[in-house]
Write a protein that binds this ligand. Structure first.
Ligand SMILES: Cc1ncc(COP(=O)(O)O)c(C=O)c1O
Length: 462
């Protein structure tokens, strides 16, 4: 069988893998030599695309959730039924017309006793829907910028111009849109691309190391009067799954509030992954935010969608311009069915326990066994990172291939890189974040396969 014409494991007639060289590549390397012909739960059906093994079909356990988005794994009957029913029955009215389906979802989330009402009561917050995490974060930034602007008179609120700094964090990633560019922190995320100049109505960004409370305090002492907003991922994702120490997020929120800045939590990645729905939580309960953006898992692996939850006094100027995708009834139906299922099955709570087991396994069976490849494992709930050594970071392509051939799929984050204040460089990091449906047995198998994949890399010729 030729390398580029592979039968789809008996499911479809033989056809070429046309997506291979037509779709953009994000890694700047040879595409991985595998195809996926289907999936169910966390089991994915792969085939080898190249070499003497081309055409070999094998199963891979998914420890990634498709960039952290498929919380119910593949082929959820609950979602399939909800989606089919919604296509038939709920219509597609836009946000100009009340929708029974939208109304049901929002009441279940934000109404009295609602799932999110302990932190986002409808009396205090409003919500908007977008297609992706990036678009949600872009809207959050827009709300921040409009907060110093008089929407009726179309001019700055007197005295508000001085607040022009948006504080972000070293290693930050928030998405793809142009407005977000200044907030991203790795050089390779933004160099050569335009940024917003701090002229009238522009903004500046500054970045401090995540998790360093002294750095935050000193920064607010120096800049407190000029800060417009703080934008934070409560667990930094692309920076290498950096989990802050206990107390950090609450103190950061207090610093923002005391200085009069808005606090934006980017929970696109963390939503329903940290053993809780929201990572902006500690033992005292919800940590208050002005704007929270959730995404990825929110779409239940079936849709790409996000929600921006913002204090009622924040908004955008009414121009008649609309967002086509804002809380479409079908999207609402999928979110509602998925969340109802997650709550009924206790999947978020269970993920806290299974995740703690996963964390132990990663430390004991992966990092401790392969010190040449890994520096440390860290994480919370079902969101874990295993940081690579320089040696492994230089061989990511081979490591990925070894993992997949040993039956486990994981993703790799770029890591925070160089950080200030003498903090050590954070290397590329393997993200181990299986869907919420993963069981205790599954995480055992994932750990065994990660160890096997690691061993395979060490046995490859240098
Ligand atoms: C923290 C964070 N914010 C925003 C985004 C962007 O989300 P999307 O890829 O859905 O646009 C991501 C995606 O990786 C993310 O991890």
């Amino acid at each position: 069988m030729s390398a580029d014409v592979i039968g789809l494991a008996g499911r479809e007639p033989t056809r070429p893998w046309f997506d291979r060289d037509v779709q953009f590549d994000h890694y700047g390397a040879e595409p991985l030599p595998f195809g996926c012909t289907g999936a169910r739960g966390i089991v994915q059906h792969f085939v080898e695309l190249k070499g003497s093994e081309a055409g070999r079909a094998f199963e891979v356990l998914d420890a990634s959730g498709g960039y952290g988005s498929a919380c119910l794994g593949a082929g959820s009957d609950v979602i399939a039924e909800a989606m089919a029913a919604a296509v038939h029955d709920v219509g597609y009215v836009t946000d100009e017309i009340a929708s029974a389906e939208r109304s049901r979802l929002l009441e279940q989330l934000f109404g009295a006793g609602g799932l999110f009402a302990d932190r986002f009561a409808a009396a205090d917050y409003r919500v908007s829907g977008r297609n992706s995490g990036s678009e949600g974060m872009e809207l959050a930034l827009r709300l921040v910028l409009e907060s110093r602007f008089d929407r009726r008179r179309l001019r700055a609120v007197p005295g508000a111009e001085q607040r022009d700094i948006v504080l972000g964090f070293e290693g930050a990633w928030h998405g793809w849109s142009g407005g977000l560019l200044p907030l991203l922190n790795r050089r390779h995320y933004r160099v050569g691309l335009p940024t917003i100049a701090p002229e009238q109505f522009g903004f500046r960004t500054d970045h401090i190391p995540f998790g360093d409370l002294d750095a935050a305090r000193e920064w607010f002492d120096r800049n407190g009067e000029q800060v417009l907003a703080v934008v934070v991922e409560p667990v930094q994702g692309d920076a290498g799954i950096l989990v802050p120490e206990h107390g950090y997020l609450r103190e950061l929120a207090a610093l923002a509030t005391r200085s009069g800045a808005l606090l934006v939590a980017d929970e696109v990645l963390t939503f329903a992954k940290t053993g809780r729905f929201f990572a902006m939580t500690d033992e005292a309960g919800p940590i208050p935010t002005d704007i929270t953006v959730i995404g990825k898992n929110l779409g239940m692996g079936a849709l790409s969608t996000s929600m921006v939850i913002a204090r009622r006094d924040l908004g955008v100027r009414p121009t008649g311009a609309v967002s086509t995708s804002d809380l479409r009834p079908l999207t609402c139906a999928v979110i509602r069915a998925g969340l109802e299922h997650i709550v009924a099955e206790g999947l978020v709570e269970r993920s806290g326990q299974v995740g703690a087991q996963l964390g132990r396994l990663l430390r004991d069976r992966v990092v401790a066994e392969f010190p040449d490849l890994y520096r440390e494992a860290r994480g919370v709930g079902l969101l874990h990172g295993v940081e690579l050594t320089d040696f492994a970071a230089a061989r990511i392509g081979e490591l990925r291939t070894c993992m997949i051939r040993n039956g486990v799929y994981v993703e790799f984050m770029s890591g925070a890189g160089r950080r200030s204040r003498g903090l050590r460089y954070v290397n590329a990091t393997m993200r181990v974040a299986p869907p919420l449906v993963v069981t205790a047995d599954d995480v055992e198998t994932i750990a065994v396969r990660l160890a096997a994949g690691s061993r395979a890399l060490t046995e490859l010729a240098p």
